[in-house]
Design a protein around this ligand. Sequence first.
Ligand code: HEC
Ligand code: HEC
Length: 643
Amino acid sequence: MRYSTYISRFAVLASCIAWLAAQAAHAASLPQPGSLSPAALAATPDGTRLFIACATANEVAVFDVASGAITKHIAVPHTPSGLGLSADGARLYVTCAAPQSSVRVLDTGSGKTLATLPAGHSATAPVLSPDGKTLFVCNRFNNDISLIDLETGKEQCRIPVQREPVAADISRDGRFLLVANHLHTGPADAERVAAVVSVIDTAARKVVKELSLPDGSGVLNDLRVSPDGKYAVVSHILPRFRLPATQLDRGWMNSNAATIIDLARMEIVNTVLLDNIDRGAADPWSIAWSADSATVVISHAGTHEISVIDFAALLARLAKVPVALDTSKPVDPISASRVQADVPNDLAFLVGVRQRIKLAQGDLGPRAVVLLGRKAYVANYFSDSLGVVDLGSPQPRPQSIPLLLQPAGASAKGLASPLDRMPLARKGEFYFNDAGICFQGWQSCATCHPGEARVDGLNWDLLNDGIGNPKNTKSLLLAHKTPPAMSMGVRETAETAVRAGIQHILFTVQPEEVAVAIDTYLKSLRPVPSPLLVNGRLSDSARRGEKLFKDRQVGCATCHPPGLFTDLQTYDVGTRGRFDRAADRFDTPTLVEGWRTAPYLHDGSAATMLEVLTTRNAGDKHGKTSHLTPQQLDDLAAYLLSL
Ligand code: HEC
Ligand code: HEC
């Protein structure tokens, strides 16, 4: 008896050890917490499986909906930035974003790679034509769209759009591809400053129309056509950048919006605000439609929520608002929108037709969203989890499915929140994208510094250098290495600017560890190679431009010495504008990654590098450029855009 008990105990112990060893091996093969970063989703037509693009793990995970578990990991060569599924669900197209991106064509049954197609710089948003013969891909940093023939696997042409195409969708008849440009292209001090949706005629292979969003609009993130093909919705920020940044109340600085496009007329219907009067819904990210086109779901990356909009009710409400005031008719005593033009300023317009649903505790950074029947699945970038919300329930209780095994003893160590398990830089990236550290959730740091802490292209009248003198948003790449901070150098270091940003732009007080984490994140940023480089090298034109840049007479390198391309000093280089004071001097900015930070100068008055060298350097006070030939100016600009 004793002996057999001993044997069975031993057997239990042995199997425990084997189990632990297996767990350890499994854990070792799992990525570190915080390193999946689910960013894009696609669902099979039968709704049994989800494909999850894991941005920082360079893999696509296959998720079985019934069992709620990942059944397969498919490795891809670079960051999987977008997913597109063939109509029969047999093939998955994965854009793998890099300076030279590719599109992996995967067999969804076996997970095997069927083909690899070429694409441009930081490709994303693959869209299939309805006949399945053509694939369109947004080449974010080439500012164009690849049109790929899927029979031959060859790129047929590139279609130029405006700037940083990040999302696209196609009309149901395949005639028009609608492309969301992330940012605007003009100077920041123009009368109208807004990003556009480019409409491409797929047969003519060119842009035939540009739909301009309301003044200020930018940071477009997603665009989706309704299943019935009648409408498209695009998510974006609607900044109120013409007002001094004195407060946040009622969307004073950034409001969060969706614009509705009527595809039959190919016109904008209107823009609605996703915020409430006293609660912002920061950073609208992805959009999903229900199969019957009756419901639109939008994720809010900054406030960790989804908006569920009754689209038919929204259209009906919009239809009731007159274009012009008709004094013979009574006005709606409740609505603040007396005419259509009021709607984009009406923080109560969605009341009653939209439900805001907070994701489960610990679900952080919702990005992609898909609908399977009445269930919304949300990819949570920062918590490595899937949120599940049953929209059929009158009071949905969001669930969370972790995509990574929790580390052993995590809760015993008090590491219950995904935040506690993140490495410091990742934590900082989270805070940077989190509107939870902002008064009433109106905006995050990333609202003005989108795309990995770069720029929104707008001028903001921050109060740190006085009022009435707006400044163009600066990229935070190298900010910690190039003191002082801000274009007038009013903050001694980037560290000071980070803390001031939390207090005076987000209007809250946060523990020092939040600022330390943000510093760590910002210091971890690395420049992205310029799309103008040819096989990683300067083009011939840029090489000629480099010589001019270093030429004593032209004199750029004295203040912008190669390396950081700044001597860290402030100067008057003749760029003062109508809002600047007579004694104002400006900090010499780094020129690294200038290709993605237009417009230029402290007031964003130069839309292009050529303007910096010509119209904005009339007096030769900013280097000597007046003697250069048009070819030389082009060469110099090519060099600047290659850094
Ligand atoms: C409303 C838009 C807006 C928001 C939100 C915002 N910033 Fe900025 N940020 C700016 C603008 C505009 C500048 C440039 C100001 C200037 O040159 O005077 C800037 C500059 C900076 C700089 C200085 C960079 C340099 O090299 O000089 C840092 C650092 C910075 N921001 C960090 C942050 C952080 C951290 C947050 C969130 C806590 C944040 N910002 C939120 C608009 C914004
Ligand atoms: C005397 C020092 C000095 C010299 C010489 C100089 N720069 Fe600058 N540069 C500056 C300063 C200061 C600014 C910021 C001006 C502003 O914001 O209005 C600047 C801004 C720029 C910008 C805008 C960057 C941005 O992100 O907005 C570019 C591009 C640039 N310089 C290129 C050049 C080139 C090319 C030359 C040579 C033709 C040159 N600079 C010569 C000091 C200098």
